[in-house]
Design a protein. Structure first.
Length: 76
């Protein structure tokens, strides 16, 4: 995401972002971060990587704001 973009996220995602940032900063382990937010260690590693690469947008689902590809056409 570009520097000035606004990222909308739920409080749950905001908590995940804060906890993953603590893991990145070395204040807690990734294992502890996973436990705090209720994720597996593997998923916590994925989130840490996403936050490092994308910033806050790393915790938000990539399809957010897009219509579903399984959506029924309006004509039906």
């Amino acid at each position: 995401m570009a520097g000035g973009d606004i990222i909308y996220m739920s409080l749950k995602k905001l908590k995940r972002l804060k906890v993953m940032q603590e893991a990145i900063d070395g204040h807690i382990t990734q294992k502890a971060a996973a436990s705090v937010v209720g994720l597996s260690e593997r998923q916590a590693r994925r989130l840490v990587k996403a936050v490092r690469e994308e910033g806050g947008g790393g915790v938000v689902h990539k399809a957010r704001g897009r219509p579903s590809n399984r959506r029924t056409p309006e004509k039906v």
